[in-house]
Design a protein around this ligand. Structure first.
Ligand SMILES: Cc1ncc(COP(=O)(O)O)c(C=O)c1O
Length: 471
């Protein structure tokens, strides 16, 4: 398995080089040169596998055996995924009406990032123990990635971690996860501006090839391919558990819709890759008022707003969904030249219009659909523009949440698992999205619940809204 850059000027890299990297030397992002296909028979043979086992299977497709022998890979990944507060690292809550929630927040920092981050940092450690090399990890964070990277890399010999977070734009819990780490290899800085503002100088550092070489600069943001690789397993696990595959032996594979809270677009990229590999998914990118992905899907308008809007869902307050470069590359038929042109223009002007052919693929190929929470329409339909309707994160303060709560039923009416949500959490985004989803039951659906850390802010739970019947 070799890796190349989305901008076409780098080919033939190995997994280890990609793991210890950030952006590719041509400014692009690393992707596998070819994607293996997961056949229906293989999918069927995996239906009983646990989440950690699936992470192993997926990683084994992309990490050559002669680089990390299978036995070692198993030990590294099992070690990483044994650190979660539920057995199997993730938990699936099956709600009524074909709707489920995949809880990805059972790690130390309460955000989904812990899953891929612990695997990635353990893989780094695997190599560092065998080689005398140093790495300097640069992390820009909108709140969750920083704490997760610190948890994963604290005390690792040979690694320094430099985290920069946007002052005043993250929750107290997130800030404490970062600033209370006393290890010598962890260096945390607050910067004014948004997380997108922080990404600009970081990208410049990665563009300085001498600096990258001298300090072994690498990323643990989802720029790093390994983060995306592990996240493929979220989709696979959800599919195998929920699609009803076992009820269609030999028949056409059923489809599963996955609702993906989207900021930097790492998860949605993983979903697109899984689709390319043969898993029949329908993806719904869920955004707040920072709706660039929504506009790109709906109209091909991939342009940043002048400012990152501060919403109640601060973890996805991102206007530069940098992983969309990987999606564009995949959907353009791996056209590095086209992607290079588009993304360089985007970096210059913060604004591009997707070429028609590419936009049609994004919109109509059913690879990414998009739904702004609360808009009340399915992806592909007219969801209205930013600021319209009650659903955007920007307007979440005034969302008619009690109404939604009534619609979903109260805790007293439903049993088992109850999610406590309040409007300072991006959980409101989840809530409103679920409200929409309940209005249409054509497909089996799963919502990726990526974090609950915001819920801890102010220690005041706003309301009990949501529900499950049986886990
Ligand atoms: C809680 C949470 N959900 C979703 C996201 C979006 O991540 P991405 O779109 O890169 O998968 C983030 C991070 O940016 C996050 O912290």
């Amino acid at each position: 398995m070799r890796y190349c850059s989305t901008r076409g000027e780098v080919q033939g890299w190995g997994f280890r080089e990609v793991l210890f990297s950030g952006y590719a030397p041509d400014g692009g992002m690393f992707m596998p040169e070819t994607l293996p296909t997961i056949t229906p028979d293989t999918l069927r043979s995996w239906t009983s596998l646990s989440y950690p086992r699936l992470v192993h299977e997926v990683c084994a497709l992309f990490i050559p055996d002669d680089l990390i022998p299978r036995h070692d890979l198993d030990a590294v990944l099992s070690g990483a995924l044994s650190q979660f507060s539920v057995p199997g690292a993730v938990r699936l809550a099956r709600l009524g009406g074909g709707l489920s929630v995949l809880e990805l927040f059972h790690g130390e920092t309460l955000a989904f990032k812990d899953l891929a981050m612990t695997c990635t940092t353990r893989l780094l450690d695997y190599f560092l123990q065998r080689e005398s090399r140093r790495a300097t990890v640069l992390v820009g964070t909108s709140g969750d990635t920083g704490g997760s990277a610190i948890r994963g890399a604290r005390g690792l010999r040979g690694v320094d971690v430099v985290v920069v977070f946007p002052r005043g734009r993250i929750t107290a819990v997130q800030e404490k996860h970062m600033t209370t780490s006393l290890e010598d290899n962890i260096h945390v800085f607050a910067a004014d501006g948004s997380s997108d503002d922080i990404d600009v100088p970081l990208r410049c550092l990665f563009a300085d090839r001498e600096l990258v070489k001298e300090h072994g600069l690498m990323s643990l943001n989802s720029v790093n391919w390994c983060r995306i690789l592990v996240q493929l397993a979220h989709f696979l696990y959800a599919y195998l558990q929920l699609s009803g595959l076992e009820r269609t032996p030999g028949g056409a594979l059923p489809r599963l819709e996955v609702v993906v809270p989207t900021g930097g677009a790492g998860n949605i990229t993983a979903g697109c890759i899984m689709k390319e590999m043969g898993v029949p998914l329908r993806l719904v990118a869920m955004v707040n008022a920072n709706d660039i992905v929504h506009r790109a899907v709906q109209s091909g308008d991939f342009s940043m707003a002048t400012q990152v809007k501060q919403t109640l869902a601060s973890a996805i307050d991102i206007q530069d969904p940098y992983n969309m470069e990987r999606v564009f590359w995949l959907l353009s038929g791996r056209d590095g030249l086209q992607v290079k042109g588009l993304m360089e223009e985007f970096q210059r002007s913060h604004k591009i219009t997707l070429p028609d052919a590419l936009h049609r693929k994004v919109l109509h190929s059913n690879r990414v659909t998009c739904q702004v929470p609360g808009c009340g329409a399915e992806g592909g339909a007219d969801c209205g523009s930013a600021g319209g309707g009650a659903g955007l994160g920007e307007t979440a303060d005034t969302l008619p949440v009690p109404g939604v709560g009534r619609r979903l039923g109260t805790a007293a009416e439903r049993t088992h698992c109850v999610y406590y949500l309040r409007p300072t959490a991006w959980g409101v985004v989840l809530l409103t999205s679920v409200g929409n989803l309940l209005s249409n039951h054509r497909l089996w659906r799963v919502v990726l619940l990526t974090s609950v850390s915001n819920l801890l802010r102010n220690r005041r739970l706003w309301g009990v809204v949501l529900l499950t019947r049986g886990i």
